[in-house]
Design a protein around this ligand. Sequence first.
Ligand code: URA
Length: 209
Amino acid sequence: MGRLIVCDHPLIQHKMTFIRDKNTNTKDFRELVDEVATLMAYEITRDVPLVSVNVETPVAVAECKVVSGRMVGLIPILRAGLGMVEGMLKLIPSAKVGHIGLARNPETLRPVEYYINLPTDATERLLIVIDPMLATGGSANAAIESLKNRGCKQIKLMCLIAAPEGVEAVQKAHPDIDIYLAALDSRLDEHGYIIPGLGDAGDRLFGTM
Ligand code: URA
């Protein structure tokens, strides 16, 4: 089974409090999400492979480490996933960014992919699917499935907040995937909102409430 990692560093918990607050304005919300994404980038890249290099310091040769080769691809799910991309890029500037657009079919209620654009070398990278709100898990599962169908093998899922229902759905459909969260909340309400959550992440990021 993939791991469930709740990144509960005190700085993340502090920032999440203001992210959740309905009185936080769009500008502050966007900045806080960006900051949490940067802090989570540190944890999510903890196991990227390193290679040795020799570096001449002013006094000697030191055997040091650098991250090896082609490393990370960020795959935000449109549109709320976009809010975490810049924050990740601050720590992983060499990451390439792909995009997946999913819309819910009003009849089947299943997510339908209307857009996908991946880095050309996506199959060689660690892909981090970014879906800030893991509610039912439908979108995350569809995005992961789409990447797997294209031959991608190293995939992680990154969310701000998840409901237990969403975690369970991803673990059932994709037991090989590690899930990184800033917070695990209580439940979903009858409209599919995470409780207590933060409301609609896309609306709060883009000021479309
Ligand atoms: N998507 C959101 O933006 N918020 C939720 O609470 C659930 C899904």
